[in-house]
Design a protein around this ligand. Structure first.
Ligand SMILES: NC(=O)c1ccc[n+]([C@@H]2O[C@H](COP(=O)([O-])OP(=O)(O)OC[C@H]3O[C@@H](n4cnc5c(N)ncnc54)[C@H](O)[C@@H]3O)[C@@H](O)[C@H]2O)c1
Length: 313
């Protein structure tokens, strides 16, 4: 039998922000499966409470904590509440994030400010409160994982989103350099296009284009991040800090100078790609078609892609 104790999170106490649905929910479930107690931190109490039930049904402790990550007082209270409930804080995943699409030559300052507030300031406020808690504990030790994006590295979305994520990657390095002295590892994970509700309105033609531009050949699911999350949360990564772990199926390798081809089918079929997305849309109360698409979840994304790709095919 293989020795998997290096990846075991039994007895660890964790929090995940933006964990009601999507990537955050996937991280919370992955941590719980590996043995951790998990606080589901989000603005959406209805969906978050159902994620809590899902984790409890696995036999793990879970609580919902309402918190807007852009508000320092709420973040401080949230971290204290998690530590009180579970006895300490060992692991934190700072995942809550948003995108507001729009052409950068005309986007409103309010949109820029909001994206930076959630994606960059929110991650900092959470990391700061988490490190304060971890340094109050004996033994002092901890793992902080920030969810960045491939958009930190390639110009993929728009200026506010890409700049916020590039900020997360560099902030992660700075905090890792500063907090190594406390035995706190700070790393980030950069996904590519993940089929969360953020992409519920993305037309099918776009998914096909993503598959064609991705060496591993399928669109990313939240489950595709589980291995990276467990690695960075567990003792397996004790000597890894300040790292940006790209989990993108090879999308950012620029391998498409010549068109990619396939010799065997991808590991994940188009029908399997959308299982988690449909689960999230159920949690959020949206209807969807057989491909998990509902243009009204993000009409601005549906509109932008339709302008670029033509009508949904
Ligand atoms: N979906 C993708 O393609 C993709 C790719 C790369 C990176 N990411 C990043 O992953 C993270 C999660 O994205 P997702 O696709 O799962 O999004 P999502 O919209 O499905 O879920 C985001 C969650 O964060 C919560 N949230 C939003 N603002 C918040 C705030 N101020 N305080 C607390 N909670 C808040 C929402 O209620 C929601 O539950 C984000 O940081 C995003 O930028 C997403």
């Amino acid at each position: 039998m293989a020795d998997l104790s290096l990846f075991d999170l039994t007895g660890k106490s964790a929090l995940v922000t933006g964990a009601a649905v999507g990537i955050g929910r996937g991280c919370a479930v992955a941590l719980a499966r590996a043995g951790a107690s998990v606080a589901v931190v989000d603005l959406n109490e209805a969906a978050g409470s159902r994620t809590v039930q899902e984790i409890r049904s696995m036999g793990r402790q879970a609580i919902f904590v309402h918190c807007d990550v852009t508000k320092r007082d709420q973040v401080q209270t949230m971290v204290r509440r998690v530590a009180e409930e579970f006895g300490r804080l060992d692991l934190a995943i700072n995942n809550a994030g948003i995108a507001i699409l729009g052409a950068d030559e005309e986007i409103a300052q309010e949109a820029w400010d909001k994206v930076i507030a959630v994606n960059l300031t929110g991650v900092f406020l959470c990391a700061q409160a988490e490190a304060q808690q971890m340094t109050r504990q004996t033994p002092t030790d901890g793992k902080i994982i920030n969810i960045a994006s491939m958009s930190a590295t390639i110009a993929n979305c728009n200026a506010s989103y890409d700049a916020s994520k590039a900020g997360v990657v560099h902030m992660t390095k700075t905090l890792a350099a500063e907090w190594g002295r406390f035995n706190i590892n700070v790393n980030c994970i950069s996904p590519s296009y993940v089929l969360s509700s953020m992409h519920a309105s993305t037309p099918l033609a776009v998914r096909q284009r993503i598959r064609e531009l991705t060496p591993l050949g399928h669109v990313e699911r939240t489950e595709d991040l589980h291995g990276a999350v467990i690695f960075l949360a567990s003792a397996a990564s004790n000597y890894v800090t300040g790292h940006d772990l790209m989990v993108d199926g090879g999308h950012t390798l620029n391998a498409w100078l010549t068109p990619l081809s396939r010799s065997v089918p991808p590991r994940v079929s188009p029908a399997e790609e959308v299982i988690g997305l449909k689960h999230d849309l159920d949690l959020l109360g949206f209807t969807y078609d057989s491909d998990g698409i509902n243009p009204s979840v993000h009409p601005e994304i549906a509109g932008a892609f339709q302008a670029a790709f033509g009508k949904r095919t």
